[in-house]
Design a protein around this ligand. Structure first.
Ligand code: ATP
Length: 708
């Protein structure tokens, strides 16, 4: 009997081991598929760089149509071409298939409008955006180019008139806008296209938002699949694909699908230098998160136009309502509203009658407001591409604009339970989470990597939170292996407590640090809840934890379980190391401040006195101009300047000048030890120039003056 019992337990153990190996094989296969994708991406990147080199030739050479193109540009009152516009025009005019990837607002439309005007016959523009077709027609009219629209709202008579013009050799019609369904489903239209082709009147086909062809992209539209017939039906007609974003993988997919593997590809740099990227830690409770959002909008973007992106329809309604209750003029926008309601909100926002649109992804393509000063993501996006595209709606006028992401671990699980069924949902979300978790790299680095470009941190002119604070932050790498092992064990504890035998992230956190001591990060610092969440997320990103899903009443629930690398962590030799922002640096700073207290504190007194009174005794002393500058830096008043005495390095004259127009009711933070912590309602909005002055003699010191 005992013999049988031993054999049974051995069998169970072998089954368990085989099960583990099967799981590992699955994970390895998945990893291999990912690596193969990456390899193909790298190959495509090599090709893309070669193609990019060709761009110079396209721009530099003189072509038979160069004079005509210049004349049309003049007629359209365009002074000069922007980067890649002329190359694209020349490539498509020479009959080459071409794909242009250029950020929103870059000027892609001109790249087909001019060739359409300069060519014989008709250009067919396929666009998913029915609402924008009329706007496009109006702009063509301004330039004296005859155009037409064919969509579901075109009357029978108008449709017939357009069809007649398509095959009339004497017609002056130059551009027809159609939806992809027209190609997919309308026989008469296709027959007319064939007739035009036979008459050599189909001068080119333009596919706007061409990324919608690819299932790897963020905006796949099934109707775009039908466009694969174009190259087969009209092999001699050049195709021009336009899009604002396409990763290397999406680009390859588009080319495969449309039969455009030999296309010339022009890609404008992904970087928008005027956009400032920042990630904020999202507060744990909805009301705290809402207060932070409202404060941010009120204090930094008062009377400036912006968008807040949310994950769901319900979120947009709640956030818009809560912002309104906090005195911000916000309106929600989502697909469940009527078209009229959406148009009304859009138009009121365009006219600055609404401060903030709180939207789902439905507020997407075709949003073209130049002066959007901020785009805030209230929740993570599904992918870097979506985030880049949505944030890119800020600052189209080229002036500084802010792209802010509010991030917190639980949002990952809200998103993953929605996206996990998508073809590359998990991979896309992982990229987005890595972007948000990053605390040591320029924010543009992962964006560049995503778009297959190289990025050197020096290239960021302090236009992201990471680079701006680089000099004052210290990042340390901490070995958290011990905590990581506890986390994996805590999953078992969490599982046992639930009926389902599965452990959610929340249950894991409870089982891990609920009643226990939090881990130490380094010698002095005990991990905060945020640090603990950071460890869990890093473990997910690195394969120590993985998610599983189970169908629930509304969608899917997400659970955590040990990942493929968990065993190597439990049994060795793997170790988990994570970057944290060092608080040591802050301690050092504190020490410095304490040391300087005798000189620093009086300055805060001066600032306060200057705010409250016209005149005050200045009894502070600085040993040098440099010291004064350091103190002012510590005060972090962004609009001040100081002048040294002309004769020597002493602070003979301290002048605080308003450099830039600052918003009203600025709260001036004076975070100085022993000083005053805050001066409310410091009015920067007074007329420029001298506002208040303080002067006096410091005991035994030189006479000093401060002007505010
Ligand atoms: N070379 C140029 N010089 C001056 N203005 C230009 C030039 N090219 C385009 N524009 C203007 O830039 C604006 C944006 O152009 P356009 O709408 O074509 O951008 P887009 O790249 O198609 O953007 P989206 O991706 O949002 O469709 C338009 O007002 C257009 O007239």
């Amino acid at each position: 009997m005992a013999f049988k019992g031993n054999a049974q337990s051995e069998l169970a153990m072998l089954d368990a081991d085989i099960g583990t190996i099967d799981q590992q094989i699955l994970e390895l296969r998945k990893r291999k598929a990912e690596l193969e994708h990456k390899k193909r991406d790298a190959q495509a990147r090599v090709k893309m760089h070669q193609e990019r080199d060709q761009a110079y030739d396209w721009e530099g050479m003189t072509f038979p149509w160069t004079k005509t193109v210049d004349m049309i540009r003049d007629k359209m009152c365009i002074k000069s071409f922007r980067h890649l516009q002329l190359s694209t025009i020349n490539a498509t005019m020479s009959g080459k298939d071409c794909i242009l990837i250029m950020p929103t607002g870059g000027g892609k439309s001109l790249c087909y409008q001019i060739p359409a005007y300069a060519s014989k016959g008709v250009t067919v523009v396929i666009s998913p955006l029915v609402s924008l077709m009329e706007d496009q027609l109006l702009s063509l009219q301004r330039y004296g180019i005859e155009g037409a629209v064919l969509n579901s709202s075109t009357t029978k008579e108008d449709t017939k008139a357009v069809y007649d013009k398509m095959t009339d050799p004497n017609s002056t019609l130059k551009i027809i806008y159609v939806t992809p369904e027209k190609i997919a489903k309308t026989k008469t239209f296709n027959m007319k296209m064939e007739a035009m082709y036979g008459m050599q009147r189909l001068s080119r086909v333009v596919i706007d938002e061409v990324h919608c062809c690819s299932q790897w992209g963020h905006d796949f539209r099934p109707d775009f699949k039908a466009l694969n017939i174009l190259k087969r039906q009209y092999p001699k007609t050049p195709i021009l694909g336009l899009t604002a974003t396409a990763t290397v993988r999406v680009l390859r997919d588009i080319q495969d699908m449309l039969g455009m593997s030999g296309a010339v590809v022009f890609r404008a740099p992904f970087n928008r230098p005027n956009l400032f990227y920042e990630v904020h830690h999202k507060a744990a409770t909805p009301s705290d998160a809402m207060n932070a959002l409202a404060d941010l909008i009120r204090h930094r973007f008062d009377e400036q136009s912006g968008i807040v992106y949310c994950l769901s329809v319900k979120d947009t309604e709640e956030v818009a309502r809560d912002l309104t209750q906090r005195g911000i003029h916000a309106r929600c926008y989502h697909a469940q509203l009527t078209q009229d309601a959406r148009n009304k909100t859009h138009h009121e926002w365009l006219r600055n009658r609404i401060h903030v649109v709180v939207a789902t992804v439905a507020f997407g393509m075709g949003i073209d407001k130049p002066d959007v000063r901020f785009v805030i993501h209230h929740t993570l996006s599904k992918s870097i591409e979506t985030f880049y595209q949505e944030s890119g709606r800020a600052g189209r006028d080229g002036k500084t604009a802010h792209c802010i992401l509010f991030y917190r671990m639980p949002d990952i699980f809200r998103l993953s339970s929605i996206t996990y069924q998508e073809k590359v949902g998990e991979e896309n979300l992982r990229g987005m989470v890595a972007f948000a978790q990053n605390i040591s790299q320029c924010r543009r680095a992962p964006l560049a990597e995503h778009f297959g470009e190289e990025w050197i941190a020096d290239m960021c002119p302090a236009m992201c939170d990471m680079c701006k604070k680089a000099a004052t932050r210290k990042i340390v790498t901490v070995d958290v292996t011990e905590a990581a092992v506890k986390i994996i064990n805590a999953i078992e504890v969490g599982r046992k407590k639930t009926q389902s035998g599965k452990c959610t992230a929340l249950q894991l956190m409870e089982a891990w640090i609920g009643k226990n001591d939090r881990p130490k990060l380094g010698a002095l610092r005990v991990a905060t809840k945020e640090d603990c969440e950071r460890i869990v997320v890093e473990m997910m990103l690195n394969g120590y934890l993985t998610q599983t899903y189970q169908a629930a009443q509304y969608g899917y629930n997400s659970y955590l379980q040990p990942g493929p690398l968990a065993k190597s962590l439990l049994k060795g030799p793997a170790r988990v190391e994570i970057a944290f922002e060092s608080k040591e640096k802050e301690k050092e700073k504190e020490k410095e401040k304490t040391f300087k207290q005798p000189t620093v504190a009086p300055l805060s007194a001066v600032l306060l006195a200057a705010v409250e009174e016209e005149d005050a005794e200045l009894n502070s002393a600085f040993d040098s101009f440099q010291e004064c500058e350091e103190v002012l830096d510590a005060v972090e008043v962004p609009v001040i300047d100081i002048k040294p005495d002309d004769d020597d390095d002493d602070v003979e004259e301290l002048v605080v000048v308003k450099k830039t127009p600052a918003p009203k009711d600025v709260v001036l933070e004076l975070d100085l030890p022993g000083g005053f912590s805050q001066v409310d309602d410091f009015d920067f909005a007074s007329p420029p120039g001298l506002k208040r002055s303080v002067s006096g003699s410091a005991a035994g010191q030189k006479k000093r003056r401060g002007l505010f």
